[in-house]
Ligand binder design. Structure first.
Ligand SMILES: [Zn+2]
Length: 356
């Protein structure tokens, strides 16, 4: 409609005319730009691009997606407070059961990764588990605002079912959630390296090389921050890497210096073909390198097999990860490719501490 467009243009004009005090650039962290946006600061050296395929082959790949089989079993683990588990629901969505704590990462249960329910990239595989089949959710971790990671319909469904749930989001993403009706007190918004104590966890928002853009217009690019979450609970360390490229590697060296060894790392393995996409996403070989850098006791692959967004064939990420594991001498059970909906026990403790 024309009227809302004129109104929003007017508001944009008025806001650009308002006399906000000039920014003190010297006090801004390096990843904050003077126009209120964000930038990667790890690219002073060369970007580490990686390809595992010949470009001329990639051009002929059939990248259509097909449904993965849904894996069932192990549901008893959810009731066992001594056990912790990870369940892959698709893309970067995991349900983590950490003792009695329920955590969802970048939840998307919707058919499409899109602002419009009937247009946009469609799931090739249904969600590994539906929200109603999961045990309670206490905490939701969001890595950035891309549609396949921050899904309005899923966020609203989770909030409706669990009104006390806490959403941990990157800087400037809280505004969106508030617009969708989430109470401000339920949202934790963090800059890189900021931490919060919540639900018995120490949560730290950690850097990753990526970008953000919620809408199609270039003017919205990088207005909100991106990154990953480090969750430390009862001495166990979990890294939800988010959607990341290797950059020059320095972000991850710093994360490893502060937190390694890790008990669990959720690492993306998809969206790396053609090779220029490794400016924004890690290749499976780089994912395997991150697993080693983080001294991860167990890593589980994510960001593949769900939406056909790039040129690789659906089976390429797990096959290439297998090759990388063999090259780098990583045992198969140390960097796992989960089945869709599979409940994987990640550790077991002797003494459970009841959360609530
Ligand atoms: Zn992204």
């Amino acid at each position: 409609m024309l009227f809302p467009c004129i109104l929003s243009l007017l508001l944009l004009f008025l806001s650009s005319c308002s006399s906000s005090p000039p920014l003190d650039l010297s006090s801004l962290p390096a990843h904050h730009t003077s126009d209120g946006r964000f930038q990667n600061t790890d690219t002073l050296g060369l970007l580490l691009l990686d390809t595992m395929h010949l470009e001329e082959d990639v051009a002929n790949y059939d990248n259509s997606f097909y449904p993965l089989p849904l894996v069932r079993g192990n549901e008893f683990l959810w009731k066992d407070s001594l056990s912790s588990s990870a369940t892959w629901i698709g893309q970067s969505t995991f349900y983590l059961r950490l003792g009695n704590l329920g955590v969802l990462t970048d939840p998307i249960f919707s058919k499409r990764a899109s602002p419009i329910s009937f247009i946009g990239p469609k799931r090739g595989t249904p969600p590994g588990r539906i929200l109603d089949s999961l045990p309670p959710v206490h905490l939701v971790l969001i890595s950035h605002d891309h549609y396949d990671h921050l899904d309005k319909r899923s966020i609203k469904s989770i909030y409706k079912k669990y009104p006390d749930v806490v959403f941990a989001v990157p800087l400037k993403v809280a505004r969106l959630l508030k617009k969708w009706g989430i109470a401000e007190k339920q949202i934790i918004e963090k800059d890189w390296w900021e931490s919060a104590e919540i639900l018995g966890c120490e949560l730290t928002f950690v850097p990753g090389h990526h970008k953000s853009n919620r809408f199609i217009f270039e003017r919205n690019r990088n207005k909100t921050l991106w990154g990953g979450w480090m969750l430390v609970r009862e001495g166990k360390k979990v890294w939800f890497a988010g959607d990341i490229a290797m950059g020059d590697g320095s972000f991850y060296k710093e994360i490893a210096a502060r937190f390694a060894p890790l008990d669990l790392a959720l690492i993306p393995i998809g969206s790396y073909l053609p090779a220029r996409l490794t400016r924004m996403h890690v290749s499976p070989r780089q994912s395997a390198q991150l697993h080693l850098l983080m001294e991860s006791k167990l890593s589980i692959a994510m960001h593949w097999g769900t939406f056909s967004l790039t040129a690789e064939r659906m089976e390429d990420p797990p096959n290439d990860l297998k090759r990388a594991r063999e090259e780098l001498n990583i045992a198969e059970d140390r960097f796992r490719v989960s089945g869709m909906g599979e409940i994987i026990e990640i550790w077991r403790v002797n003494n459970a501490t009841k959360l609530k």
